[in-house]
Design a protein around this ligand. Structure first.
Ligand code: DX5
Ligand code: ZN
Length: 216
C-alpha cells in the first residue's frame, strides 16, 4: 500500500531564506521539499536551477523533489545529480527518449519522475510508469503557483492507480483542504502544495490534514 508524502512547494516560500524555509517545512511535518525548476521556455516563468540546489544541499537533509519544467531535461541530469537532487522529474511532452532519460537519471543515482501536463493523456505514461519512481499528474497548467485545481485531471489519476497500485502518484497544482479528499479518492498519495501550505496560519495543520485524508 502507498502512503502519504506531503511535499510543500518552495515556490511559495521566501527564496531569500530558502534553507530556513526548507527546515521550517520539515519541522512542520513535510516529507519532501518540492523544488520547481522553470526555464522561461517550457513555461512562461523563470525560477531556479542546479546552482541553487547545490547551495541548498549542505543546509538540509530533506528529500529534494525537483520538478523540471524545462524544454531540454536531458541537458540538466548531470548538473542536478552533482548538485545533490534526490528526484529528477521531467515532462514527457519534451523528453526526446523517455526510457533512455529514465535510465540516465537512475545511473546518476537519482530517483526518476515523469510529469504530465493537464492536456496530455495518461495512456502516454503507461509504458513508462513501471520504470519510474513517481508519476506526477499536473492539476494546473505548469508555470505558476496559486492557480485553481483542475478536478478533471482526477480521471487520469484513477486510471493510473488502477493499473499501478504501488506507484507513487504525485499531484501538483491548487491542492488545498477543500479538494484533498477528491485527490485521495482518485488515488494520489504524493501531495504538492504551495499556496495552501505557505499561506496558512497553521501550515502544520494543513500538512496533517493532507496526510490523514490520504492515509485513511
Ligand atoms: C506549478 C508548480 C507547482 C506550484 C504549486 O507549475 O509545478 O509546484 O508551485 O503551487 P500551488 O499549490 O500554489 O498551486
Ligand atoms: Zn511543481
Amino acid at each position: 500500500m502507498v502512503v502519504a508524502k506531503i511535499a510543500p512547494s518552495l515556490l511559495s516560500g521566501d527564496f531569500a531564506k530558502l534553507a530556513d524555509e526548507c527546515e521550517r517545512m520539515l519541522s512542520l511535518g513535510a516529507d519532501y521539499l518540492h523544488m520547481d525548476v522553470m526555464d522561461g521556455h517550457f513555461v512562461p516563468n523563470l525560477t531556479l536551477g542546479a546552482p541553487i540546489i547545490k547551495s541548498l544541499r549542505p543546509h538540509t537533509k530533506g528529500f529534494l523533489d525537483c520538478h523540471l519544467m524545462v524544454s531540454e531535461p536531458e541537458r540538466w541530469v548531470d548538473d542536478f545529480a552533482e548538485a545533490g537532487a534526490d528526484l529528477f522529474c521531467f515532462h514527457i511532452e519534451v523528453a526526446k527518449d523517455v526510457k533512455a532519460l529514465i535510465e540516465r537519471v537512475h545511473e546518476r543515482g537519482m530517483k526518476a519522475g515523469l510529469a504530465i501536463k493537464p492536456g496530455t493523456s495518461i495512456e502516454d505514461a503507461y509504458e513508462y510508469a513501471g520504470l519510474v519512481d513517481q508519476v506526477l499528474v499536473m492539476t494546473v497548467e505548469p508555470g505558476f503557483g496559486g492557480q485553481a485545481f483542475m478536478g478533471e485531471c482526477m480521471e487520469k489519476v484513477e486510471k493510473l492507480r488502477k493499473r499501478f497500485p504501488d506507484l507513487d502518484i504525485e499531484v501538483d497544482g491548487g491542492l488545498a483542504p477543500e479538494n484533498i479528499a477528491v485527490a485521495a479518492k482518485a488515488g494520489a498519495n504524493v501531495i504538492v502544495a504551495g499556496s495552501s501550505i505557505f499561506k496558512a496560519k497553521a501550515p502544520e495543520e494543513v500538512i496533517a490534514l493532507f496526510r490523514k485524508t490520504i492515509n485513511e
